[in-house]
Each structure stands twice: as structure tokens, then as C-alpha cells.
Design a protein around this ligand. Structure first.
Ligand SMILES: [Zn+2]
Length: 449
């Protein structure tokens, strides 16, 4: 399969600095806006060539974003629990524990068939929002078949999947037994987690199977070390939820005398292949530790505000050397433009100051540091610039307005591995809204709240 795409303008790496285009840890940001851009895709799903200065779509090339759009690297959702999509708007107006009870009850109702339907539709919504890669933090392992259902959902939807196979073994630091609903998350011990993760990776060679420690609360230190070693040996990503709520910090300090970040570091969990999710309540010392180990920080501000978690110190993390990424987490909304700008807006409310993050750095977080360049995966999304929201955009410098005002509804086209999955705002194979309605009704979340 080969394909050619044209866009009126695109964000390209400046000069030969493609490897770091959009990387929020890099300074200066080497992105430039080029006009009349043709992207040729090879049959390996990668970008074969990029040409500029082509005024009209050439014969055989498909125009992305209409005749006045902006092409950017595909957006990367660095933290998702797809089945949480069934909970959107449920337990609204109630406390965290009401939401968590609803989540556990939905988790208890899902089987491989209903999870396949729900995850396929949720991934479809992501593609409509320009997301080409999802890092799925997957802990709903039992009964058998749940892991393969998530992989199959990604194939059906056409999204690139990094399955973070999550180790979840205990309910708290005092080795409280798992309640019956949490037993669906647990393999019993780290050896059995390794055996299952190995089999998931072997059965799904088209998926990047990485690892996750659910949290320092849910895995004992020897188990988190075993998970980290598994990921290191295979050179795959490792994620963990970190300091999402003050109660986790307090319980960790009381049980171990360490913060969650220190405890994770002591057991080999932090490092350049690790992504720490949330980091909402990290200490100044934790920020230095995360930065000095090269750990990536993934913020999920729409979920963090929905669950009343707080606002994480994203600017301090970036200054310490952490790359920033964004996640939709609980699918409160699926809109990485909203997540990106919420990082800046949240810090404004906390500090009473503006200007914590450059818009280009926030877009770099949303694109996962990807670049539109030969040899890179042909994962693209096109933003329409002709909506009322974006009227008046500076065509020579569209990024500030796109980050501040665009929404997922402004995504016109999404291309994954050279395949044109979303065309003019519609998924090529799925009726995403109808599929979501059916999949959510099947797990009856209304009965949970
Ligand atoms: Zn999460």
C-alpha cells in the first residue's frame, strides 16, 4: 500500500533536526510551518518523502484538512483506560468514591465480547479526535480473553496500540486483600503476571506490549522491581500512576518512610523508558528525581479536574528535564487540545501567573514528540482552520490559536501507518457514535449511579 497526501500547510521539523521536533524537553523548538506539503507514504506504513511548495493537490494525492488545513503529526494519547468511556457523565456531581464504585461495577460486568465492542468504539472516538497512538493502561485482565480483546479492538478501529500490561496485586500498603471486584485485575503474584504478559506479547506481535505498575500502592516492592526488569529486558515502555492523590503520598510515607517517587526509584521503576502518570502531588525532591532519571511525566488534566485530584507542577517537571505527555485517562472528554491547554490554564489558576508553557511545547506534548519526516511512521492528523472557532488564525503561525481554541471537532482527517482512517470527520469503517451508544448500553452504567 502506498498513498500520497497533500495539505495546504504542515508543521515540519526545521532543517535536519527532525529527531527532536516538538520535543518539549528541547529548546529551541525546531518546528516550522511549510505550505503546499505532500507526504508520500511507503508500503511499510512510514513516510517515504515530504515535499513542499506544491500549491494544489497533485494527481493521486488526497487533500487532508480541506484546502485550508494544517497537517501535524498524529496525536498521542499517553494514558487511557478505554472501558472508562462507559462512565462519562455518570456519578457526576458526586464524590470520588461514588465514581470509583461505578467504575468497579462496570469493570465487573465486562466480558471479552463487551470489552471488544466498547474499546473498539472508544478507540474510534480517539481517531475522530486525531489520536493515532493510544497507550492503553490495561488492568482488566480476567477472565481470559480480555487482553486479546483490547488488541483486537485496536485492529478493528485502526489505531496504533501500546498495550501497557498492568500489574495490580494488592489493595494497599498493609497488604489488604483485594475486594472481589479487584480480583479481576490481579494475577496473584509477579511470576504469574510475567507469564501472562509474555503470552499476550507472543499472541499479538503487531502490538507493542509494554508494562505498567498500577501504583506503588497496588504492587509490593519486589513485584514492581520484577515488572521493571521485564520491561527493561524487552526494551519496552513502563508506566505507573504516581502521586495522583494526597492520600497515596500519606499512606506511602507512613508505610515506607518514602514518597511514592522515591519508593519507585529504589526499586528500579524510574528512568528514560518510564512514564509517570499524573505526578499531581509530587514534592520538590520528587520533581528533581523524576527529571534527573529522565522519566517522562504524563498529565491528564481533564480527568484530574473531574476527579478533584488537583493540578500537577507541569512547568517544574519540564524544567527539571521531564518530557511531558498527555492522556485522556478516564475519557471524561477525548480531546488532546483541551488536555494541552488545560496544563497551562491549571497552572495559571494555581499561581496567578500566565505563560508557563509555550503553545508549541504543549502541541509537542500532544504529539508525543513525533515528527513528520522520512522514515517516521506515517501517522498524521489534519486540523481544519475554517471553523468559527479558528476564524482569524494567523496562517503563518497557527499553533498558538490551535492550542488555545481548537477542539477535537476541528480534526478533519486522521492517517495511521499511511491508512486514511478518518475522512472529513468520519471514521471510514465505524459508526462511532452508534457503536458507543450500543456498547455503553450493554454494560448499563446507569444502573451503577
Ligand atoms: Zn489512569
Amino acid at each position: 500500500m502506498t498513498a500520497s497526501y497533500w495539505a495546504a500547510r504542515a508543521l515540519l521539523p526545521d532543517g535536519d533536526g527532525g529527531g527532536r521536533a516538538g520535543d518539549p524537553g528541547g529548546d529551541p523548538l525546531p518546528w516550522v510551518v511549510r505550505t503546499g506539503v505532500v507526504v508520500d507514504c511507503g508500503d511499510d506504513g512510514r513516510v517515504a518523502a515530504v515535499r513542499t511548495g506544491v500549491e494544489r493537490p497533485p494527481p493521486g494525492a488526497v487533500a487532508l484538512g480541506g484546502l485550508d488545513g494544517l497537517l501535524v503529526p498524529g496525536l498521542v494519547d499517553a494514558h487511557s483506560h478505554a472501558f472508562h468511556r462507559a462512565l462519562r457523565g455518570r456519578a457526576a456531581g458526586r464524590d470520588f468514591w461514588a465514581w470509583r464504585t461505578a467504575m468497579y461495577r462496570v469493570a465487573g460486568r465486562l466480558d471479552p465480547d463487551s470489552l471488544l465492542a466498547l474499546a473498539t468504539a472508544a478507540f474510534g472516538e480517539m481517531l475522530l479526535a486525531g489520536i493515532t497512538t493510544v497507550h492503553e493502561f490495561h488492568y482488566l485482565h480476567h477472565p481470559a480473553g480480555m487482553d486479546d480483546a483490547v488488541c483486537e479492538a485496536a485492529r478493528r478501529a485502526g489505531i496504533r496500540l501500546v498495550l501497557l500490561d498492568t500489574c495490580y496485586l494488592r489493595a494497599g500498603f498493609d497488604d489488604t486483600p483485594l475486594d472481589p471486584l479487584q480480583r479481576r485485575f490481579s494475577d496473584g503474584d509477579a511470576d504469574r503476571w510475567v507469564a501472562r504478559a509474555d503470552s499476550v506479547a507472543a499472541a499479538n506481535p503487531d502490538v507493542t506490549v509494554g508494562a505498567a505498575v498500577h501504583s506503588v500502592r497496588a504492587a509490593d516492592p519486589p513485584s514492581m522491581a520484577a515488572v521493571a526488569a521485564w520491561a527493561r529486558d524487552r526494551d519496552v515502555p513502563l508506566h505507573l500512576h504516581l502521586s495522583e492523590q494526597p492520600a497515596e503520598n500519606e499512606a506511602c510515607l507512613a508505610a515506607t518512610g518514602r514518597t511514592p517517587a522515591q519508593l519507585a526509584h529504589d526499586h528500579g521503576v524510574l528512568g528514560p523508558s518510564t512514564t509517570a502518570v499524573h505526578c499531581t502531588h509530587v514534592t520538590a525532591g520528587d520533581v528533581d528525581l523524576l527529571g534527573s532519571t529522565g522519566t517522562t511525566a504524563c498529565l491528564c488534566p481533564t480527568t484530574e479536574r473531574d476527579l478533584a485530584d488537583g493540578v500537577g507542577p507541569a512547568a517544574a517537571l519540564a524544567a527539571a528535564g521531564c518530557g511531558l505527555r498527555l492522556g485522556t485517562d478516564s475519557h471524561a472528554v477525548v480531546d488532546l487540545f483541551e488536555e494541552a491547554w488545560a496544563v497551562e490554564l491549571g497552572e495559571r489558576l494555581v499561581t496567578g501567573r500566565r505563560g508557563h508553557h509555550r503553545p508549541a511545547a504543549l502541541l509537542g506534548a500532544a504529539t508525543g514528540g513525533a515528527a513528520l519526516a522520512p522514515g517516521r511512521p506515517a501517522d498524521l492528523c489534519a486540523v481544519r482552520l475554517d471553523s468559527a472557532r479558528l476564524a482569524g488564525v494567523d496562517p503563518g503561525d497557527p499553533v498558538p490559536m490551535v492550542v488555545a481554541a481548537a477542539t477535537a471537532a476541528d480534526i478533519a482527517d486522521t492517517v495511521v501507518g499511511g491508512r486514511h482512517v478518518v475522512r472529513d470527520g468520519a471514521h471510514a469503517a465505524l459508526d462511532v457514535a452508534a457503536d458507543l451508544r450500543a456498547a455503553i448500553a450493554a454494560v448499563d452504567p446507569c444502573g451503577t449511579c
